[in-house]
Design a protein around this ligand. Structure first.
Ligand code: ZN
Length: 390
């Protein structure tokens, strides 16, 4: 799933006047003892039945039923699939999108709303960088893009080495000469691979890098990386380029990137909370975060896992209010209650490329109202200095 696809989902609105409904279905396979995987299909069917019941008489035009029937069919056919799956559908507006997901979302769920429900995706999406995974050995370099769970090979460089000295059985001067030639060829290859990484970074193809290579090759390859490229390096894993499978590449890369995101989230939330105390580039608590969001000041949002809060939304101007007021503070029109303010915050974050971090409670965020934000700038401060992203 790309950011553009995600933005499209965040922007989608079902036409209430036509009785249209946006169906968001998250399917989470369970480790199954039952080889037929029938249980998963039954769970999915139950979830859909419940959803239909609660939607009740609201939807008589049949398009919702068409979506739900299709979802049940899909669940029944996802046999033996270890990955999660998300479906976003609205038959009334001819919309149907399916995505594979990593297997660690919260269970099988369905939502029938005016907008697609993206909260289950948020922990995966907010802070995910555009990631390049480079696999390098002395004669090959393969470049992959990893977006969520999709690993896609973008290109490769191959420099077949001259046959090594030992394979000729040379001794003495001749052997040493051939060996030097092979090392020189390998060095040129590492240089070419490093150069490719630099130009791709400059073109904006990736933001963060993970390298897979043999431990013995790493110092030589690392020394060829441009300083800008090295700054973007998240981590390295040990791999044999010729034999590693795509699944192994994804697993290694995901482990490294998840650790990086967690560490980065903890570091940044501490910054935000410190800044919030000194009235600087940070705010905490729902009221202040919503204000900063409306002022366009927010760079990153931090939420504790399972954060949820009620809020009011103006149907006319979209103003969000942490106080349960009947009339919009901005334009005076009637407001409607949101059972969970995340339903409004997450699409805004996606549209504006604001990073979202979900953190565990131990990170000190609970004492700050379970929500905080790091700001790009503060519009109420006269210095008005914009501060670059870090
Ligand atoms: Zn309003």
């Amino acid at each position: 799933m790309t950011r553009d696809e995600l933005r499209e989902l965040a922007a989608f609105q079902a036409d209430e006047s036509k009785g249209a409904c946006a169906v968001s279905f998250y399917f989470q396979p369970e480790p199954s003892q039952d080889r037929s995987h029938r249980r998963e299909a039954i769970v999915a069917k139950d979830v859909v039945k419940q959803a239909l019941k609660s939607a009740g008489a609201q939807n008589k035009n049949g398009s919702l039923h068409a979506d739900l029937d299709r979802v049940v069919d899909l669940a029944a056919n996802l046999r033996g699939n270890a990955r999660g799956r998300a479906v976003f559908a609205c038959a009334a507006q001819n919309f149907w999108k399916e995505y594979g997901l990593p297997p660690h979302l919260h269970g099988t769920q369905i939502y029938l709303q005016q907008h697609f429900q993206l909260k289950p995706l948020a922990p995966l999406l907010g802070a995910q960088p555009a990631l390049c995974v480079a696999l390098v050995d002395r004669q090959r370099a393969r470049f992959f893009d990893l977006r969520l769970d999709d690993l896609c090979e973008r290109g490769a460089i191959v420099h077949l080495l001259s046959r090594s000295a030992s394979s000729y059985g040379y001794k003495g001067f001749e052997g040493g000469h051939a060996e030097r030639r092979v090392s020189e060829e390998a060095l040129q290859h590492f240089k070419a691979a490093a150069e490719r990484l630099r130009t791709d970074l400059e073109k904006g193809i990736w933001e963060r890098l993970i390298v897979g290579c043999h431990d013995v090759s790493w110092p030589e390859f690392e020394s060829q990386l441009h300083p800008y490229v090295r700054e973007r390096l998240i981590g390295r894993f040990s791999a044999d380029v010729a034999s590693v499978s795509n699944e192994e590449i994804s697993d290694h890369a995901r482990t490294l990137v998840n650790r990086w995101i967690t560490e980065r989230g903890v570091k940044k939330v501490n910054e935000a909370l410190d800044f919030a105390k000194s009235n600087g580039r940070g705010v905490s608590g729902l009221r202040r975060v919503l204000q900063a969001l409306e002022a366009g000041e927010v760079q990153s949002i931090f939420l504790t896992e399972n954060y949820s809060a009620r809020a009011m939304e103006c149907a006319h101007c979209g103003h969000l209010d942490a106080h349960l007021v009947a009339a919009c503070a901005a334009c005076g029109n009637p407001t409607r209650e949101l059972a969970d303010v995340c339903d409004a915050i997450i699409p805004i974050a996606i549209r504006r490329d604001i990073e979202l971090f979900y953190l565990r409670e131990r990170d000190g965020l609970d004492r700050a109202g379970n929500i905080a934000a790091l700001l790009r700038f503060r519009s109420d401060q006269t210095t008005g200095q914009a501060v670059g992203a870090s």
